[in-house]
Design a protein around this ligand. Structure first.
Ligand code: DX5
Ligand code: ZN
Length: 219
């Protein structure tokens, strides 16, 4: 299976959002990664529904929404209506994760679970067949531009083993501090999707950077 690149819109220029969305549309990127932060689950507020609605009007690729919010069940229906194709909730924010996953799927979206750097991947084993995507946080969620946590390689390998042992079709996404330096080691460990914010949008030529990442991930 081809490895996928998901630029994180958090690192885009919000004063030129349409331009940056068109850049992703025209690029080799596969998904739009959209970070929603509530200032409670994480110590930052990014943007909310009206901005996602605007992004959806221009985005021509899969919309991968990463919710860094408490009690995400409240907004599952809303995010489906706003055009999310994949809805990822945080393990640490869900008391009844199994129920939440079913609710996401009932709205026609693919169900993702993100885990913080301190959360052991083994905690997902009992629901692995219900999860379409696991997002392994390779930084503490809340901000773009942080440095990659090296322990992520080990977690990715452990999760891949759990997926294979259970014959699950779950994809592994890595989010935070992804660059051309760690991309190869991440896919070798089992990653399927690489999220990249700063590395793409702060580069001289974002489209070329996406091509570079995609080539490394598929080499
Ligand atoms: C962090 C977000 C990430 C972030 C990645 O809380 O979930 O998606 O935008 O940005 P970089 O690639 O700059 O670490
Ligand atoms: Zn994210």
């Amino acid at each position: 299976m081809k490895k996928l690149i998901a630029p994180s819109i958090l690192a885009a220029d919000f004063a030129n959002l349409q331009r940056d969305i068109e850049m992703v549309n025209e690029s080799d990127a596969d998904w739009f990664h959209i970070d929603i932060m509530d200032g409670v689950f994480v110590p930052n507020i990014s943007f909310g529904m009206p901005v996602l609605e605007a992004i959806n009007r221009h985005a021509g690729k899969v919309i991968d929404v990463h919710l860094m919010i408490v009690d995400p069940d409240r907004y599952i229906k809303t995010f489906a209506q706003l055009g999310a194709d994949i809805l990822t909730v945080h393990f640490e924010a869900c008391t009844h994760l199994h129920r939440t996953l079913q609710a996401i799927k009932a709205e026609g979206m693919r169900a993702g679970v993100a885990i913080n750097p301190h959360t052991n991947v083994a905690l997902l084993e009992d629901v692995i067949n219900d999860i379409d995507l696991v997002c392994i946080m390779s930084v503490n969620p809340g901000f773009g531009g942080q440095s990659f946590i090296e322990n992520t390689y080990k977690k990715t390998k452990q999760l891949k083993e759990i997926i294979l042992d259970n014959n699950a079709a779950t994809q592994i996404e890595i989010d935070g501090g992804v660059t051309s330096k760690n991309a190869k080691q991440l896919v070798d460990a089992g990653a399927d999707v690489l999220v990249a914010g700063s590395f793409v949008f702060k580069s001289q030529n974002p489209k070329e950077t996406i091509i570079e990442l995609k080539e490394i991930a598929n080499s």
